[in-house]
Design a protein around this ligand. Structure first.
Ligand code: AP5
Length: 220
C-alpha cells in the first residue's frame, strides 16, 4: 500500500505512522526525521535544513524532493510506503506524481489527520522525543515510565528545538499557507480520507483502528 499521512504539526503523524507501518508492513518515510538525522550527523544537508527548521519554515522544495526521490527508489519501497510530512507544498505534490510515474507506481490513499489548534498547542509544547530511537512521548498524555529515559532503548528524552510555543505558532501559519491547500488537491484526485479528531481527545489506538478500517486493510 502506498500512503501519504498528512495533517498539521502535532496532528499525530509520527505517532500513527509507527503503528500503521507495523500493521501494513511498509517502510515509514518521514522527511522531518530524515532532516533531524542529518542535523544530528552534521552533514551539509543537516546544516542547510537546520536554518529553516529552527524557525519553523519549510526546507526548500528542491532539497526535499531530492531526498525523497532517492529514498523511494530503494528496494524496500517496492511493495509500498508511508510518507509522513511529504508532500507539504503543491510543487512537492506535483514532483511526487512525476517521481511515482517514473517508478511505475500509484498512490493508494492520502490520510488527513484533522486536530484543532488548541489541542495541537498542548500536544506540541508537551511532546518529548527519544534522542536515540525517536520514540514519541508526551509529558501528560504519554509519559515514559522510565522518567527522562526512553522505555524502549533507555535513550535520553528531550524536547525538539522547534517545539517552543513561538516556533509552533510559526509552523501552524506555514501549514495553513503552504500545506493546507493539499487537502483540496488530493480531494479532487479522489484520494483523500479525512480522520477527524477536532478536540484531540480520541485515543491513539482508536485513531489507528479508524484509519486501518477506512483503508479496508482487514485489521481489527
Ligand atoms: P516534521 O518532523 O514533519 O514535523 P511536523 O509536520 O511539524 O509534525 P510533527 O512531527 O511536529 O507532529 P506529528 O504530526 O508527527 O505529531 P506527533 O505524532 O509527534 O517536520 C519538522 C520540520 O522539518 C518542518 O517544520 C520543516 O522545517 C522540515 N520539513 C519536514 N518535511 C518537510 C517537507 N516535506 N518540506 C519542507 N520542509 C520539511 O504527536 C505530537 C504529540 O502529540 C506527541 O507528544 C504525541 O505523544 C501526542 N499525541 C499524538 N496522538 C495523540 C492522541 N491521539 N492523543 C493525545 N496525544 C497524542
Amino acid at each position: 500500500m502506498r500512503i501519504i499521512l498528512m495533517g498539521p504539526p502535532g496532528a499525530g503523524k509520527g505517532t500513527q505512522a509507527e503503528f500503521l507501518t507495523q500493521a501494513l508492513k511498509i517502510p515509514h518515510i518521514s522527511t522531518g526525521d530524515m532532516f533531524r538525522k542529518a542535523v544530528k550527523e552534521g552533514t551539509s544537508l543537516g546544516l542547510e535544513a537546520k536554518r529553516y527548521m529552527d524557525s519553523g519554515k519549510l526546507v526548500p522544495d528542491t532539497v526535499t524532493v531530492g531526498i525523497v526521490k532517492e529514498r523511494l527508489a530503494e528496494a524496500d519501497c517496492q511493495n509500498g510506503f508511508l510518507l509522513d510530512g511529504f508532500p507539504r507544498t503543491i510543487p512537492q505534490a506535483d514532483a511526487l506524481e512525476n517521481i511515482l510515474q517514473e517508478l511505475g507506481m500509484n498512490l493508494d490513499k492520502v490520510i488527513n489527520l484533522e486536530v484543532g489548534r488548541e489541542a495541537i498547542l498542548k500536544r506540541l509544547t508537551g511532546r518529548r522525543v527519544c534522542k536515540s530511537c525517536g520514540a514519541i512521548y508526551h509529558m501528560l498524555y504519554h509519559p515514559s515510565s522510565q522518567g527522562n529515559k526512553c522505555e524502549l532503548c533507555s535513550g535520553e528524552i528531550y524536547q525538539r528545538e522547534d517545539d517552543t510555543e513561538a516556533t509552533v505558532v510559526n509552523r501552524l501559519e506555514v501549514y495553513e499557507r503552504q500545506t493546507a491547500p493539499l487537502v483540496e488537491y488530493y480531494e479532487k484526485k479522489g484520494l483523500l480520507l479525512n480522520i477527524l479528531n477536532t478536540a484531540g481527545d480520541e485515543k491513539v489506538e482508536t485513531i489507528t483502528h479508524n484509519i486501518l478500517k477506512a483503508l479496508g486493510s482487514g485489521q481489527k
